[in-house]
Design a protein around this ligand. Structure first.
Ligand code: ZN
Length: 230
């Protein structure tokens, strides 16, 4: 029986929903974020606000929410040319992957999460990857996660479970899941505090949250909201 989890927490809608899910099921939950030279630091900036508001508005979860870890990964920008880390426009690349794809990113994140989980004595790694809203990222696939779970468990000689609560649901279901876990209070928190937009825009609050409203991430988030709220 697992009692503790490490949640990969970026400050976005998906990882915040995963964090709430973990807090509802595990006695001890820690969070992990990565600073890999994102073009926009706003996701990193909102992480603290989300954690603070979770602690304040969900007293039953607050005692379970432990340390937050932030690891710096300058190395990713050194090995990749992605529109997430460099000042280039979004485009599809040859082979059908968007240029927001950072090759190996999730593999690296999970490896480091495994090392941290090992050191902190945490049983489960939770990540918000999803095949349903699949942006074509091969490192979000269920098979990739299962392979990583096996590699980490063998390589650390300790059973580490990778959980992906959003793997088979779409963005509308992710909003519904948040409501189920924490009611309208959690839905409001996610709308108002989390950040998804690729462009880093946080000027105007839409029904579905902040964002430019035009980039692929905003479009996905808005369509999901419309599917959920009707
Ligand atoms: Zn946007």
């Amino acid at each position: 029986m697992h009692t503790s989890a490490l949640v990969l927490f970026s400050g976005g809608q998906d990882s915040t929903t995963c964090l709430a899910d973990a807090l509802s099921r595990y006695e001890r939950v820690e969070t992990l974020g990565f600073d890999y030279g994102q073009r926009h630091r706003v996701e990193l900036d909102v992480r603290g606000a989300v954690l603070e508001r979770l602690r304040r508005e969900f007293p039953e979860w607050a005692p379970r929410l432990g340390d937050d870890h932030l690891l710096t990964l300058d190395v990713l920008a050194q090995v990749s040319e992605s529109s997430l880390t460099q000042d280039i426009a979004f485009a599809m690349q040859e082979g059908g992957l968007p240029n927001t794809f950072v090759p190996g990113r999730n593999l690296l994140f999970l490896t480091l999460a495994g090392a941290l989980a090992y050191r902190r004595g945490l049983d489960v790694i939770v990540t918000g990857v999803c095949e349903t809203d699949y942006s074509g990222y091969p490192d979000c696939r269920d098979d990739t996660m299962k392979a990583m779970q096996l590699a980490l468990s063998l390589g650390m000689d300790r059973r580490l479970v990778i959980e992906t609560p959003l793997m088979w649901i779409d963005k509308a279901d992710t909003w519904a899941m948040a409501e189920r876990l924490g009611g309208q209070a959690l839905v409001r928190l996610i709308v108002e505090e989390t950040h998804t937009c690729y462009v880093g825009e946080r000027g105007q609050l839409h029904d579905w949250g902040y964002g430019c409203g035009r980039c692929p991430a905003c479009e996905l988030r808005r369509r999901g909201w419309e599917g959920y709220a009707g």
